[in-house]
Design a binder for this molecule. Structure first.
Ligand SMILES: Nc1nc2c(ncn2[C@@H]2O[C@H](COP(=O)(O)OP(=O)(O)OP(=O)(O)O)[C@@H](O)[C@H]2O)c(=O)[nH]1
Ligand SMILES: [Mg+2]
Length: 303
């Protein structure tokens, strides 16, 4: 019998290339939030996939970019830290929108990582196959990748091949996590992310970048098959608060309803979800507030 394999696989790349979509596709479940705009993911998110003969532990990460704010810098720090002790690094790029120079910078920032590097070319559903070779050529000159694999995280094309190659190079090791565990994120964090996703989907301009969600109360009432959740939505300015609440509270209500439905499906119970909007002036620049609301500065990180 082949020896059991297990290890950490970090998904890295610029914002919006489809890291979280691939992460969810690999896990066969929605564990991370996804949106059309960049900088959606802010934390490292761990997802566990058990296959025959192996346990694959995927790390979804924030997009690597030049940060304007302290939040941006912490996001990038989190991404780079989760590459540091991964066994495999999946560098994800977008087939229709490659940025060779920026990706060069990203790869440089991960120099010294011990993980086996793969180049994963995503969004192949949007590219003609004959346009693939020039991209592969450019990237081969950047770095020596163990594998270059074109995929579509959206349709699933190429994802099985990617999984096979991951399992091939993963080290021999007993599993790190129990077999029934799919993530290490808490239900509280999961709920806060769902609320944030609904806000991103239903708002414009700077609001998605200026919003954070914390859970103040999370109380189960098993006798009523009910969970009561109170969440705070932090924004940076009064004007943003006004926009999020909307006329007669309509907008916040819509966001809350969309989030509640998904949280009910996640928890398998009825949910009462109360949202409260709080202005936390310039929180994206404030180290103290960032620490408090779930975006710590990560320097000595390990999974
Ligand atoms: N056509 C197409 N769209 C995709 C594919 N993968 C992801 N997308 C879309 O690309 C957008 C960004 O996807 P995400 O998965 O949120 O990207 P991300 O890299 O996690 O982004 P950040 O968390 O902001 O760094 C979403 O609108 C996805 O639906 C793909 O294979 N094909
Ligand atoms: Mg993401």
């Amino acid at each position: 019998m082949a020896p059991f394999k297990s290890g950490f696989i970090s998904i890295l790349g610029r914002p919006n290339v489809g890291k979280s979509t691939l992460f969810n596709r690999l896990l066969g479940d929605k564990v991370a939030i996804v949106a059309e705009r960049p900088q959606t993911t802010r934390n490292r998110i761990l997802g566990i996939k058990n296959v025959e003969g192996g346990q694959l532990i995927f790390l979804d990460t924030p997009g690597i970019h030049r940060g304007r704010s302290e939040l941006n810098r912490r996001m990038v720090g989190t991404a780079i830290a989760s590459g540091r002790d991964a066994d495999i690094l999946l560098f994800l790029i977008e087939a229709t929108d490659p940025h060779v120079e920026k990706d060069q910078e990203m790869i440089d920032s991960l120099q010294g990582c011990i993980g086996v590097p793969f180049l994963v070319i995503n969004k192949m559903d949007l590219l003609r196959r004959q346009n693939l070779l020039p991209i592969m050529d450019q990237y081969q000159r950047l770095h020596s990748f163990e594998e270059i694999i074109p995929i579509s995280a959206k349709t699933g094309e190429g994802v099985e091949i990617l999984l096979d190659e991951i399992l091939r190079v993963l080290p021999e090791s007993p599993p790190y996590y129990p077999e029934d565990m799919i993530t290490d994120q808490t239900e509280r964090f999961w709920v806060s992310e769902i609320v944030r996703e609904k806000i991103i989907h239903q708002s414009y301009q700077e609001i998605p970048y200026s919003t954070a969600v914390t859970i103040e109360e999370f109380k189960g009432h098993p006798e009523k098959n009910l969970v009561v959740i109170k969440a705070t939505v932090h924004v940076e300015r009064d004007s943003q608060k006004k926009i999020l609440i909307g006329k007669g509270g309509q907008k916040l209500k819509k966001i809350g309803e969309a989030a509640r439905k998904e949280v009910e499906a996640l928890l398998g119970t009825r949910v009462f979800l109360e949202l409260w909007v709080n202005v936390e002036k310039n929180w994206t620049q404030d180290p103290g507030v960032l620490n408090r609301i779930g975006y710590p500065s990560i320097s000595n990180y390990s999974h």
